[in-house]
Design a protein around this ligand. Structure first.
Ligand code: FAD
Ligand code: NAP
Length: 316
């Protein structure tokens, strides 16, 4: 099946939903494609405390469910499909999904990013069998057991705090001697360290996974400060070492920087335009600096306004 639209929005994170609300209210009848992760990355977190207006905080899934409902007031149907390629030379652009084909006069790419793993031997085999990148999804399986979190950013600290309420002991393993996470989270982390719920292993890197008969049994580690190798027997290990932008379906046709889509390279009046006119990008997929829900939503709004203006200028 092939469907025509003036604006195709790819992704249902904060950027995609916001773009959809703005494009629909501008009378553009956008099609919004959800991808495999309806609601995006915030579906994997518990507390969201920095969304303005949510005094007292909310949870990621609650916030995203409300964005979904809000979007459906204007775009009744969200298409469940995963985009695999775009023909940038055809006009309208021809977009292929696993289920449908789309002819789109303009496209807003809001495909966010995906959690990274360490790329060590046996990783694929151990994923879901002790290795995970989502504590809120899988933490429950490690009740009163020892687990580790790898990383030193906001995600790592949030995951460690979350797991400290479930697991017996949590090891936060960071490759440097300073965290990247924001101060409020670091303060909470240190309180848990004082309580004896979390241990931080500074300057420590994972050399290998320890496995036995296909099951994850622990980590082989190295302390880089004094070059000491040691094993840490644990039941589960959570990756929080950053994310890779979801751009593989673009087949390198758009200009990227470190995998992130470059916007506003050429067209000064369209802050969210990519290297190909008519293609816009918003949210984490085009942002290697801020990567917040609110900045993603903000750039989703900008992309919809840019797409509207660009369609008008081109009499579409
Ligand atoms: P995403 O949320 O990543 O959504 C991407 C969307 O694109 C998904 O719907 C996916 O299915 C879709 N998609 C991907 N590829 C395709 C494809 N090929 N075809 C179709 N669809 C596709 N930020 C905060 O501000 N506050 C927080 O408290 C906070 N907590 C966080 C906790 C964790 C554990 C993590 C990982 C992140 C957190 N963040 C937080 C960051 C925040 O989640 C991101 O900045 C935000 O979700 C980015 O939104 P986005 O719309 O750009 O992309
Ligand atoms: P991040 O900020 O990029 O941090 C990644 C961490 O992993 C860094 O500490 C990094 O170490 C470490 N790391 C990277 N590669 C590694 C490797 N190969 N081996 C070992 N360690 C490695 O990623 P993030 O924490 O997922 O956060 C992503 C974005 O989402 C950020 O903008 C963040 O602010 C946002 N976010 C916000 C909240 C919130 O607002 N509450 C919560 C979660 C995420 P170095 O420090 O040495 O580089």
């Amino acid at each position: 099946m092939s469907v025509y639209t003036k604006v195709l929005i790819i992704g249902t994170g904060p950027a995609g939903y916001t773009a959809a609300i703005y494009a629909a209210r501008a009378g553009l009848y956008p099609i919004i494609v959800s991808g495999l992760e309806v609601g995006g990355q915030l579906m994997n977190t518990v507390e969201v405390e920095n969304w303005p207006g949510e005094q007292g905080g909310t949870t990621g899934p609650e916030l995203m469910l409300r964005m979904d409902k809000h979007t459906k007031e204007f775009v009744p149907e969200i298409t469940n499909d995963h985009i695999v390629s775009i023909d940038f030379d055809s006009k309208p652009f021809l977009v292929s999904g696993e289920k449908n084909e789309y002819q789109a006069e303009s496209i807003i790419i809001a495909t966010g990013s995906t959690a990274r793993y360490l790329n060590l031997p046996d990783e694929n085999k151990l994923r879901g069998r002790g290795l995970s990148a989502c504590a809120t999804c899988d933490g429950f399986f490690f009740k009163r057991q020892d687990v580790a979190v790898i990383g030193g950013g906001n995600t790592a600290v949030e995951e460690a705090l979350y797991l400290s309420n479930i697991a017996r002991r949590v090891f936060l393993i960071h490759r440097r001697d300073q965290l990247r996470a924001e101060k409020i989270l670091q303060d909470r982390l240190m309180a848990k360290v004082r309580e004896g719920k979390i241990d931080i292993l500074w300057n420590t890197e994972v050399k290998n996974y320890i496995e036995y008969q296909g099951a994850f049994k622990g980590l082989a580690l190295i302390n880089k400060a004094d070059d000491i190798l040691f094993d840490l027997p644990i039941s589960g290990c959570f990756m929080a070492i950053g994310h890779t932008p979801n751009t593989e379906f673009l087949q390198n046709r758009l200009k990227l920087n470190g995998g992130y889509i470059i916007v506003n390279g050429k067209y000064q009046n369209f802050e969210t335009m990519t290297s190909i006119p008519g293609i816009f990008a918003a949210g984490d997929v085009a942002d290697n600096k801020y990567r917040q829900a609110i900045t993603s939503a903000g750039s989703g709004c900008m992309a919809a306004l840019d797409a509207e203006k660009w369609l008008q200028l081109n009499n579409i």
